[in-house]
Design a protein around this ligand. Structure first.
Ligand code: AN7
Length: 358
């Protein structure tokens, strides 16, 4: 019988901070596809690959960090975990906590998280509270609660999260045989940007890779504190996952940028949605808007002449399109997409489809 993928803690046990005493809480996360994207290669002249993190058990990259954070929480005897979230962390925390038989409390900004993510957290039995504030307010409160009450914090300020998330870089290096030249990634709290840099650095140190990729991170223009160099009090973007004005891993991300000759850029919402359409319609990968910013960032940097022909480029797309599917039903001009309605009639349908005569 073939053995199935065992989740990132077991697959990478020798490279992670775990011991035989760590109870492994897994839903089989990781092992996600690295997909060649000929349409993006044709547009840019680079060799473009997409790391599709929507293929994780709860539909986002958060599962890599959550298997680690919840396993460690259980190892330390935690009965309850807490997180603030723009949606994906809450869905992941809820799923892993309930699998482990402990409670997840999640704080989300009221009315500002995608329906799919809200449904997931509730389905997985989280104590979900909608806070009348933004994500940054939620994170402040979650930190406060964890510092003063018997509840374990599983936001990415918890180093176990970053530790688990670095496994995505290991997978990229295994498939390509080396690190890519460039790695493009969405940035909210900048935890994942930091995690990939750690993973690639570890691969370089042990000789699995010969170089570090240049780490290129992108924030939405209305929510771009790292690019602007100051906290954004009222962050705003349709990419709700990265609507974050005061990133938790800000300092670590700047260190990672400097270590990799990296870059942070800001992308307007209209370009995020255009990239979302290109990735869905030309590559066949459906993501949530925040994830499409990797594609938008590549197109912008390529047009700016910053991506040499033939460079190997990996784009991480962080969350599945089914979490926040409404954007596909909006056309480039902003109008609603209305699928054509037809009668039960083969000849008429053939006509509408332009199939010619039978
Ligand atoms: C799809 O769920 O912060 O820069 O609370 O859901 O590591 O924060 C989500 C972040 C990118 C940004 N893409 O990653 C949360 C949360 C998607 C995301 C990010 C998030 P970080």
């Amino acid at each position: 019988m073939a053995q199935q993928w065992r989740g990132v803690l077991r697959e990478y046990a020798d490279r992670l901070n775990i011991t035989d005493a760590t109870p492994i809480v897994t839903l089989g996360e990781g092992g996600t596809p690295l997909i060649p994207a000929p349409a993006l290669s044709a547009r840019t002249g680079a060799k473009v690959w997409v790391k599709f993190e929507g293929m994780n058990p709860t539909g986002s990259f958060k599962d890599r960090g959550m298997t680690m954070a919840i396993s460690k929480a259980v190892e330390h005897g935690a009965k309850a975990v807490i997180c603030a979230s723009t949606g994906n962390t809450s869905a992941s925390a809820a799923a892993y906590a309930t699998h482990a038989g402990i409670t997840a409390a999640v704080l989300v900004p009221e009315g500002k998280i995608a329906m799919g993510k809200l449904s997931q957290a509730i389905a997985h039995n989280a104590e979900l509270l909608q806070v009348q504030g933004n994500f940054d307010d939620c994170l402040d409160i979650a930190r406060d609660l964890a510092a003063n009450y018997p509840v374990h914090l599983v936001n990415s300020v918890n180093p176990d999260r970053i530790e688990g998330q670095k496994t995505a870089a290991f997978e990229v290096v295994e498939v390509l045989g080396d690190a890519p030249d460039f790695h493009f990634i969405p940035v909210g709290n900048a935890g994942n940007y930091t995690a990939y840099t750690r993973g690639y650095t570890q691969d370089l140190e042990v000789g699995n890779a010969s170089r570090l990729p240049r780490m290129f991170g992108f924030q939405a223009e209305g929510s771009a504190p790292i690019v602007r160099g100051e906290i954004v009090r009222h962050p705003d973007t349709i990419a709700s996952a990265i609507r974050i004005g005061n990133p938790a891993s800000w300092k670590l991300a700047l260190e990672a940028r400097d270590a990799t000759d990296g870059y942070f850029g800001a992308i307007p919402d209209a370009q995020i949605l255009e990239a979302h359409r290109i990735l869905s319609a030309e590559v066949g990968i459906f993501v949530e808007p925040a994830s499409a910013i990797s594609v938008a960032g590549l197109l912008e940097r390529s047009e700016a002449g910053q991506i040499p022909a033939g460079a190997t480029v990996v784009l991480t797309v962080t969350g599945h399109g089914l979490k926040d599917p409404q954007w596909a039903l909006r056309a480039a001009d902003g109008s609603d997409v209305k699928p054509t309605v037809v009668p039960v009639d083969t000849a008429q349908i053939a006509g509408v489809l332009g199939l010619g005569a039978a």
